[in-house]
Design a protein around this ligand. Structure first.
Ligand code: HEC
Ligand code: HEC
Length: 261
């Protein structure tokens, strides 16, 4: 069965709600798809149905993306996004990032980069290649439409020099402030500069290692590679912990007179 055939009929329901409706109506296509989802994840119907009222994609494109997120689409039920990125796209708090509320352009670019090898990761490369271009767009649109939800990040007590690096950079080393692209609260700037706040610190730190090892080389003009090279691993680990724990309140606070290095 092609996933597209199972696009939600009313084009607006959350999959969880549709499952409970359809299972009771006995419509075979979606019921068998839901069977896959449940078998793959071992989740009871109730769990999916519980999220019913919260988020309802409003267009069929996004709703099909939700099916991919729940079922894994052509990547197969063992690859359902929610298995690693959480039921609400909040991430696993470790190495799988939050996807909820990231910009559509950024999410789509990452899916394309995994598919064509500019960004390499054992699981994600395989998953992105297994999806067709349309499914990659749909699932990106779905996650972009979700409200920001993040696994809790422990507040980090950052050294003043790390705070200063983030907010002011280090002109002596040719380092621009992280905040100029990622925002003072780590909220991201525009469709290309992703949010860092609410990402698992270990995930952010791992990205610096991937740039250094060239597993990730999808950044425009190698800009993050250059930054990664000018910072020590200790600095990137500390910056990752600091950025992950930023929130609108902390960003406003530290955007004031910066701490001395
Ligand atoms: C087996 C676990 C697993 C599954 C299943 C999975 N992911 Fe991932 N995903 C990861 C991990 C781990 C990373 C971090 C990889 C890296 O360091 O490059 C990641 C990274 C990503 C990123 C990059 C986000 C960023 O901030 O740059 C996107 C986008 C993404 N996944 C989308 C998806 C989608 C869409 C699906 C379902 C079709 C999916 N993932 C399924 C584990 C998974
Ligand atoms: C000139 C703009 C710019 C500056 C300055 C900058 N970044 Fe980035 N950063 C980006 C862009 C663009 C990306 C996404 C690249 C891509 O498309 O994969 C990115 C990605 C990242 C990521 C990966 C996020 C994810 O979800 O995978 C991390 C971590 C990161 N930057 C940390 C930092 C830190 C820490 C600093 C300061 C030391 C910094 N960046 C400075 C533009 C910038």
């Amino acid at each position: 069965m092609k996933l597209e055939d199972a696009t939600l009929r009313d084009g607006r329901g959350s999959f969880g709600c549709v499952v409970s409706q359809v299972v009771s109506e006995g419509a075979p296509a979606i019921a068998s798809l839901s069977g896959l989802v449940f078998r793959a994840l071992g989740l009871p119907v109730m769990l999916l149905a519980a999220g019913c009222a919260a988020e309802r994609p409003t267009d069929p494109f996004t709703a099909t993306g939700e099916l991919v997120a729940l079922s894994g689409g052509d990547a197969g039920p063992g690859r359902a996004c929610i298995a690693c990125h959480g039921l609400q796209g909040q991430g696993d708090g470790e190495l799988a990032p939050r996807l909820a509320g990231l910009p559509f352009g950024y999410l789509l670019k990452q899916m394309e980069d995994y598919a064509d090898g500019r960004r390499a990761h054992p699981q994600m490369s395989e998953i992105a290649k297994a999806l067709d271009a349309r499914s990659r767009r749909e699932v990106a649109a779905y996650y972009a439409s979700l409200p920001v939800r993040a696994a809790p990040v422990p507040p980090a007590a950052a050294a003043p020099r790390i705070v200063a690096l983030y907010h002011r950079g280090d002109p002596g080393r040719g380092l621009q402030a992280c905040a100029s692209c990622h925002g003072p609260a780590g909220e991201g700037v525009g469709p290309a500069n992703p949010p860092l706040s609410g990402q698992p610190p270990g995930y952010l730190a791992a990205q610096f290692d991937r740039w250094r090892s060239s597993e990730r080389r999808n950044d425009p003009q190698n800009l993050m590679l250059e930054i990664a090279r000018r910072l020590s691993p200790e600095e990137t680990t500390a910056l990752s912990a600091y950025a992950a724990a930023l929130s609108p309140a902390s960003g406003a606070a530290s955007a004031g007179p910066a701490a001395s290095p």
